[in-house]
Design a protein around this ligand. Structure first.
Ligand code: CIZ
Length: 310
């Protein structure tokens, strides 16, 4: 018997009181079947606010963990168990503890692309959109910034404070070099280049705008230029193409493809709903610690919202 998988997903969503969230970097067909598409923290917040009991998070592990930290009362399902993030994997909670011993009293700001264990050892969290603002708001002349050193270097360029970096990178963004940008600029001479702050500083320097994935939509809409070159994971192109129909959207290099982000297929979403697997559970003690840097971030951003339940 051939089943209509999209129909089955719809049925199971209702049966299990579930919502499907998909990251901006997911496959086109996954974005299309999702109820919400966005950046990781945006999605975790949406998941928290929705009434559904179950969240199917199409993304990588740390993203589902953030949703679990924010919504401990809900069932958070990651459709592909081994969808991970090589950047998040560059640091462990033990590494953070060692940094604290080495630099006592220096606040630790941790990018959202990190495990729950690492967040639990951190003082503040940040996203790529608010990293500069968070660092500047902290009452200390020196800050330890984890784990992405390109984002940390970007912050260093926009603050008077001294930033101690962790040597982590997103291998996808870090792979793009100046030659790639020069090459694509030569093809599309009059294009507007938008890059992610996880890119190398020398790449950032020759782009027109540097911002988080959610801000990219705004930036692409704002420019008069008719061609947009994205220097971020290629899934973002689908999101932009949907929202901006009168501009040509191009990805800077074929290197910008994250295999972990592309692991989730429609079939996995169906199985995830049917079997309610893989559930992402955070130990209560870790969740209670990990929510503190997230709440501090929200407080700085002026959203003094308190998350209950952990
Ligand atoms: O946290 C996210 O969603 C990522 C990976 C990047 C961004 O800028 O949205």
């Amino acid at each position: 018997m051939v089943i209509d998988i999209k129909k089955e997903i719809k049925r199971l969503k209702k049966e299990k009181d579930a919502v499907i969230l998909a990251h901006n970097y997911q496959l086109k067909e996954v974005q299309e079947i999702a109820d919400y598409v966005g950046d990781s923290f945006e999605l975790a917040k949406i998941g928290k606010e929705l009434p559904n009991k179950t969240i199917v998070f199409c993304g990588v592990r740390f993203m589902a963990e953030s949703a679990a930290i924010l919504s401990p009362e809900k069932k958070i399902i990651l459709p592909v168990e081994d969808a991970g993030c090589p950047l998040a994997d560059t640091i462990t909670a033990r590494d953070v503890k060692q940094l604290k011993e080495k630099y006592p009293g220096i606040p630790i700001v941790t990018y959202i692309n990190s495990s729950a264990d690492v967040k639990a050892e951190s003082d503040y969290c940040c996203t790529s959109a608010n990293a500069v603002e968070i660092v500047n708001a902290i009452n200390s002349d020196t800050i330890i910034f984890l784990p992405d050193s390109n984002l940390g270097s970007f912050v260093q360029m926009h603050t008077e404070k001294d930033i101690i970096l962790w040597d982590g990178h997103c291998p996808i963004h870090h792979k793009v070099n100046v030659e790639d940008i020069i090459r694509i600029k030569a093809v599309y001479e009059n294009a507007f280049l938008i890059c992610h702050p996880e890119c190398r500083p020398e790449v950032i320097e020759i782009c027109d705008s540097v911002c988080s994935t959610s801000k990219m939509i705004e930036e692409a809409k704002k420019t008069d230029k008719k061609t947009i070159i994205l220097v971020t994971e290629e899934g973002m192109r689908h999101r932009l193409k949907k929202e901006i129909t009168d501009k040509l959207i191009v990805v800077a290099s074929p290197k910008l493809m994250c295999t972990d982000m592309k692991k989730t297929k429609i079939q996995h979403i169906y199985e995830a709903l049917e079997l309610e697997q893989t559930e992402i559970k955070i130990e209560k003690e870790i969740a209670e610690k990990a929510i503190i840097p997230l709440e501090r971030m929200l407080k700085i951003m002026g959203k003094k919202k308190q998350f209950s339940g952990v």
